[in-house]
Design a binder for this molecule. Structure first.
Ligand code: SF4
Length: 495
């Protein structure tokens, strides 16, 4: 059976050269291959974010896989769904399996909406994928087999209705998952100068704008012995940089200290990248960090207390500032991440958060997710104060113009996402784009007409939907609603 594991390129792809979750899936399949009792060929595909759908389709269908398993994060599915649908029409026998943080809480909806998806994996997916693959083989002999004995998945029952099987307990201890680096005669990846590494899984916060925190039942770590063996493999490969994928590397200061001491024993690793809770760095940890060079990404999000509370992401900003200043003084690089268009925040709130971040001398500031628009107040801040634009793949056309007030621009963020998505999705949006180009003289005019139409139609704008508890999902649903509205609107203009 040929199994193709697929993920999309990480937004930080210059520093994150391969997809760790997909590698972990491959390690489980490879470690348990004998138990399956039939031969499998597993390969991995990482689709570039900007890849043309036709090219993606060609590479995915190459060698006609029997199964395609997609790891979905963020808004990947919007771009991938039409491609996968096209794959199934080319390869009617193909089994499509999806999983990952972006499927959380919408497993049944995905099956309802997309008849071409066979199984949705819930929560931690490695073992569920392996058992689903075994089930597919079983189904060849027993066509009535419905995967009831596979825990933690969503499938269709005899009546064709989507339903969840019984919940799967979390993998415990985490070391039960084979390492892609150590433990195989040949590691699954050839490392360049950078290794991507996970020491923990889960996040103690459940920020309302992020699916990751809620994607794991609880926070668990790999054993120090396992980490030590992996570092030996990383050393043997001669890697000089380590990117930690942990949501918050220093959430548990005692454990973090033990890990940093292990890293400090590495022969080859010199530079580390990690997400840091800026309000939780102990004196001992500060000293341990100083043995190597670190680049920290600190999610500050906002300095408005009510916003942080509504996001469930409270932070003691005074302690955070003291720690950030100490890290910078010791020569580490610190990037502070501020998020635009948070619930009930307007430009003055965002400006206050930016001013706080920028006032920390030597810190880099990154603003998500807006592109900095020429001629706006935000650009004045950017130019005067050195804000960092997002990585390359996050730069995308922005529909705001210098004439649009800043608050309006934030309000339009949702529309911008929608149109960006249509732009990326020529398989389903081609004719619509043509309509837009023909009927709208300028983007600003189109938007104001479209917004007026939405208001009349009673459709709410998107910004603020982060509050619903699952930001990505809320945005997606709204985008689909808006797409319908936009199509109707285009048709009426054309008519
Ligand atoms: S945004 Fe960061 S801190 Fe919040 S739940 Fe997601 S990973 Fe955890």
């Amino acid at each position: 059976m040929r199994i193709r594991l697929v993920s999309r390129q990480h937004p930080d792809s210059e520093r994150v050269p391969y997809s760790l979750p997909v590698l972990q899936l491959q390690a489980v399949l490879r470690a348990h291959e004998e138990e399956l009792g039939f031969p499998i060929v597993v390969d991995r595909h990482q689709l570039a974010r900007e890849q043309h759908p036709a090219r993606a389709l060609r590479s995915l269908t190459d060698e006609a896989p029997d199964v395609v398993a997609l790891y979905l994060d963020g808004d990947d599915w919007l771009a991938l769904a039409p491609i996968v649908e096209a794959m199934v029409s080319l390869l009617p026998e193909l089994t499509v399996i999806v999983g990952g943080p972006a499927t959380r809480g919408r497993e049944l909806e995905l099956l309802q909406r997309h008849p071409f998806i066979e199984v949705v994996l819930c929560d931690e997916v490695e073992v569920a994928l392996f058992e689903t693959i075994a089930g597919l083989h079983k189904r060849k002999s027993f066509p009535q087999y419905r995967f009831h004995d596979v825990l933690g998945i969503a499938v269709r029952n005899e009546a064709g209705e989507p339903e969840l099987t019984l919940e799967r307990p979390a993998v415990e201890p985490l070391d039960l998952l084979p390492s892609p680096l150590s433990g195989f005669a040949e590691p699954l990846i050839t490392l360049g100068s950078t290794a991507v590494y996970e020491t923990h899984r889960g996040c103690r916060f459940h920020c309302t704008l992020c699916n990751y925190g809620g994607s794991f039942k609880r926070r668990r770590g790999f054993s120090l012995e396992r980490v030590e063996a992996d570092i030996a493999a990383i050393d043997a490969a001669g890697c000089t940089e380590l990117t930690l994928t942990d949501a918050l590397f220093n959430d548990d200061p005692k454990r973090t200290l033990e890990l940093v001491q292990l890293f400090n024993g590495s022969r080859t690793l010199q530079r580390f990248y990690a997400n840091l809770r800026a309000d939780r760095v102990t004196d001992e940890l500060h000293r341990a960090f100083d043995a190597k060079i670190w680049s920290f990404l600190c999610g500050i999000f906002s300095t408005r207390a009510e916003t942080l509370e509504s996001l469930k992401r409270e932070m003691d900003l005074d302690v955070a500032r003291t720690n950030i200043e100490r890290l910078i003084a010791a020569g580490h690089q610190v990037t502070l991440q501020i998020v635009a268009a948070l619930p009930r925040e307007g430009w003055p709130d965002l400006a206050r958060s930016l001013d706080w971040a920028i006032s920390i001398s030597g810190a880099r500031v990154r603003l998500l997710p807006l592109r900095i628009v020429p001629g706006t107040e935000m650009e004045l801040h950017h130019e005067g104060l050195g804000l960092i634009r997002g990585p390359r793949s996050w730069r995308s056309p922005t529909l705001a113009t210098p004439d649009l007030p800043q608050a309006e621009m934030l309000r339009l963020l949702g529309i911008e996402r929608l149109l960006r998505w249509l732009e990326r999705d020529p398989l389903s949006a081609g004719p619509l784009r043509g309509e837009l180009a023909r009927h709208f003289d300028s983007v600003a005019e189109a938007l104001s007409q479209f917004l007026g139409h939405l208001e009349t139609a009673g459709v709410e704008c998107i910004v603020g939907s982060f509050e619903s508890g699952s930001g990505t999902r809320a945005l997606e649903v709204n985008e689909l609603v808006l797409r319908d509205e936009l199509q109707r609107f285009s048709a009426s203009v054309a008519g």
